[in-house]
Design a binder for this molecule. Structure first.
Ligand code: PLP
Length: 389
């Protein structure tokens, strides 16, 4: 976060104002109120090594810098780094690990994160354990002398399990380890993990931050200068950076994050009521309902409960597959977090790579990413599809 940018200061300005202004000063030459797309790959130097802060766009780019400062401000982190995808952000964090190291992963997480940890890092000699992080004592018991970090999502993808960030960070710190939180589902509008003791917060920017299903990206924030320096070295050294146009699109999406999240959450709450009342549904997973096992923790670390909803059908897998293709307003597609509502079958789609592992998900499970369409259209669509099960 730049000390020179008054709009980046969380004590000076509210979330919505920072989402629109942080890191984005008006262009001094033209007065342009939106951040220009600095497509240039290289920047003129007055003498060797004398420049205006930018040399080469893999190393640093003004549009990317604006995005990094804006998102760092929203996460209330001192430092932020943008990446070409959520997975490349995850990869940049995991490069901290060395052969022989071990990490602990929550026992529900995005299938791609599990694949990267179990397959790519597994083959590089880095071991992992999948642990039920709802029990901090289980985490403490699973911590080994070579464990370097614990990785969690909360709420998780796709089971919407809630983990207590503070309790988990405490265990990590008691063991000289790091606590990393993937905050993709909640977004910084609803939850700021660094405030609760996390050392690193990461995002698939592709989801709510971009918000319009038109850009793939990743982000990492931290308050540690050392961690940021390491991430910066990897960002430049490995080069998985987003292009300026993608940074611009993400900045544009972020400006409406708060109102999109509120509207999508309003819609999700209505859908949860419908699902709870429907006889075809055997279980609804949403942290906002009082009987969700993590409801009290969610209340303590989230301002609202978000717009991701998962549910199981009493009639099992075949019925879930059938329902997934029978909605009209909900589009059957992977991904989440955008203005349009999506439905998917995690077991066969986003979490296929976790099949047969401790992270396998129930095959009667469907996941909804609730968007900001008219609530009545979403409710009618789902009601019709469920009535036909
Ligand atoms: N983290 C979570 C929680 C996700 O849901 C995803 C993608 O679905 C990722 C990380 C990976 O992000 P990306 O698809 O932008 O690489």
């Amino acid at each position: 976060m730049s000390d020179l940018d008054p709009f980046a200061n969380p004590e000076g300005f509210g979330f919505e104002t920072r989402a629109i202004r942080a890191g984005q000063p008006h262009d001094p030459q033209t007065g342009a109120v939106t951040m220009p797309i600095h497509q240039s790959t290289t920047f003129a130097q007055e003498a060797v090594g004398e420049h205006k802060g930018f040399e080469y766009s893999r190393t640093g780019n003004p549009t990317r810098r604006a995005l990094e400062e804006c998102l760092a401000s929203l996460e209330e982190g001192r430092f932020g780094r943008s990446f070409a995808s959520g997975m490349s952000a995850t990869d940049a964090i995991l490069r901290y690990l060395r052969p022989g190291d071990h990490l602990i992963l929550g026992d529900d997480a995005y299938g791609g994160t599990f694949r990267l940890i179990s397959r790519v890092y597994g083959e590089a000699g880095i071991d992992y354990s999948a642990v039920d992080l709802t029990d901090p004592e289980a985490l403490a018991a699973a911590w080994q002398p070579n464990t370097k970090l614990v990785w969690l999502e909360t709420p998780t993808n796709p089971l919407l399990t809630v983990f207590d960030i503070r309790a988990i960070a405490d265990v990590a710190h008691a063991n000289d380890g790091l606590c990393v939180v993937d905050n993709t589902f909640a977004t910084p509008y609803l939850q700021q993990p660094l405030r609760h003791g996390a050392d690193i917060v990461t995002h698939s920017v592709t989801k709510y931050l971009g918000g319009h299903s038109d850009v793939v990206g990743g982000f990492v924030a931290t308050n540690s200068e050392d961690i940021d320096a390491r991430l910066g070295f990897i960002q430049n050294g490995a080069g998985a950076v987003p292009g300026p146009m993608d940074c611009f699109l993400t900045l544009r999406g972020i400006k409406t994050l708060a109102i999109r999240m509120d509207r999508a959450t309003d819609n999700a709450e209505k859908i949860v009521e419908l699902l709870q009342a429907h006889p075809a549904v055997s279980r609804v997973r949403y942290p906002g309902v009082a009987d969700h096992p993590g409801h009290e923790i969610a209340k303590s670390q989230m301002s609202r409960f978000g717009a991701m909803v998962s549910f199981e059908l009493a009639a099992g897998k075949a019925a879930a597959m059938e329902l997934a293709k029978s909605t009209t307003v909900f589009t059957l597609a992977e991904s989440l977090g955008a203005v349009e509502s999506l439905i998917e079958h995690p077991g066969a789609m986003t979490h296929l790579s976790a099949a047969g592992s401790p992270l396998e998900v129930p095959d009667s499970l469907l996941r909804l990413s609730v968007g900001i369409e008219s609530a009545s259209d979403l409710l009618n669509d789902l009601q019709t599809a469920l009535d036909a099960v």
